[in-house]
Write a protein that binds this ligand. Structure first.
Ligand code: TRP
Ligand code: SF4
Length: 398
């Protein structure tokens, strides 16, 4: 697997807001410097809940990608692509569906939650039940090691791991695995005997040091191809070959961005500030925010911890500003509009470079199309290789 590889995605179902930025995208931008990143427009996933109004999906794709680029996602460093343009996602989804028990999907907590939350829609579809399995295919088709997501997505990552484990268990042993493994040991040469001895010491006596040494022999051996090397890593522990590696979730530290009313920022609550929101609107929205209900008059003292504006100070303000708020609020020394101004300034300041970065893409939409076409091709190249392994393992290698 590629421990250094990252896959993450977002559904194109309308404009993005600061919750997306602080919850996920900021994390992506940082990870690009240290990891090989794949960022995906999850349009198939959008269809699972938006099949009744598909127009919004196409419209949202470019806007969403521009928001990513405006945030600092760098298409030179990262692969930015569209899920449905890489057919291997759908193909792996189908392959995995052959071995995924229905009960695993039915017990994913988001399944019932979303059905209830979106009760105005009929979500008793095959596609909606398969949502997390499609997500598993998204991740596994790149053999990604890490998946940056919000807290709510953790059960999907767990399902992905379970499906990978089951797949490897069922298909990770080629019919002549034992024979191939023994032939591969011969290729190691002189150290092959040591390798056999160390393997026995590990499997029979649980000697962890022996396992370590045997792995060193594999690492040092010049004559092994990638397939043989992997085979022997599996054989060493009496396991099969790892075809689909198990990934881990990577959560953002501050994943709950407060909205204008103190609840989590979310489109369905109507409490958002969008990315690239006009400065006048930012100002208007924040000036209109409710505050500590006890501060009816300017002369009434307030309590920051009971005020949604304070939560935004927690995200945006430095220590000094926060001290100023606490002192001024509790003594009625400042008014609420005074208190809101530094937040307004901070949001506008944060969005300024986003407007600047977005400019060239808005002026020339072809640039976005080119970035995606390039990303789609890069993604497909990796996905195709995984599918070759998967097909072979599942007996479809003809
Ligand atoms: N389900 C994710 C969400 O709603 C979007 C998504 C689709 C995704 N495929 C993914 C996220 C793969 C991470 C990895 O946010
Ligand atoms: Fe809220 Fe600030 Fe007004 Fe206090 S002064 S109630 S923290 S907006």
């Amino acid at each position: 697997m590629s421990a250094n590889r990252i896959l993450s995605g977002m559904r194109p179902t309308g404009s993005l807001h600061l919750g997306h930025y602080h919850g996920v995208i900021k994390n992506w931008v940082e990870l690009q410097h240290s990891h090989e990143c794949f960022f995906m427009v999850a349009d198939w996933h959008a269809l699972t809940t938006n099949f009744d109004d598909v127009s919004i999906i196409g419209k949202s794709i470019d806007e969403m990608v521009i928001d990513w680029l405006a945030s600092g996602v760098d298409p030179e460093k990262s692969t930015v692509f569209v899920q449905s343009k890489v057919p291997q996602h759908a193909e792996l989804h189908l392959a995995l569906s052959m071995v995924t028990p229905l009960s695993w999907l039915e017990r994913v907590p988001t399944y019932k939650d979303q059905m209830e939350k979106l009760s105005h829609k009929d979500l008793t579809t095959y596609g909606f039940l398969g949502y997390p399995l499609l997500q598993a295919a998204d991740i596994l088709v790149y053999k990604a090691g890490l998946v940056p997501v919000g807290e709510d997505q953790v059960p999907h990552i767990e399902l992905t791991r379970e499906v990978a484990r089951r797949f490897n268990h069922m298909f990770g042993r080629e019919p002549n695995f034992e024979e191939l493994a023994r032939a591969a040991v011969k290729k190691i040469g002189k150290a092959g005997k040591d390798f056999d001895r160390l393997r026995t010491a590990y499997l029979q006596d649980g000697d962890a040091g022996a396992l370590e040494k045997a792995r060193e022999i594999l690492a040092a051996s010049q004559n092994l191809g990638a397939a043989d090397r992997e085979r022997l890593h599996g054989w060493l522990e009496n396991k099969g070959k790892t075809i689909l590696p198990e990934c881990e979730a990577k959560l953002t530290a501050a994943s709950k961005m407060p909205g204008l009313d103190g609840q989590k920022m979310s489109k369905s609550y109507g409490n958002t500030i969008t990315m690239r929101e006009a400065p006048e609107t930012v100002s208007k929205k924040i000036r209109g925010m409710p505050t500590d209900p006890a501060r009816v008059r300017r002369t009434d003292p307030g309590t920051p911890s009971l005020c949604p504006v304070w939560q935004l100070h927690e995200v945006y303000s430095d220590g000094e500003t926060k001290e100023w708020v606490k002192a001024g609020c509790t003594s009625a020394g400042i008014g609420c509009l005074d208190c809101k101004q530094p937040v307004i300034d901070a949001v506008v300041r944060e969005q300024q470079p986003m407007f600047e970065r977005a400019e060239k893409y808005l002026a020339n939409p072809k640039l976005v199309a080119e970035i995606l076409a390039d990303g789609n091709a890069r993604a497909e190249k990796v996905a195709r290789e995984t599918m070759n392994d998967v097909r072979a393992a599942m007996g479809l290698g003809y």
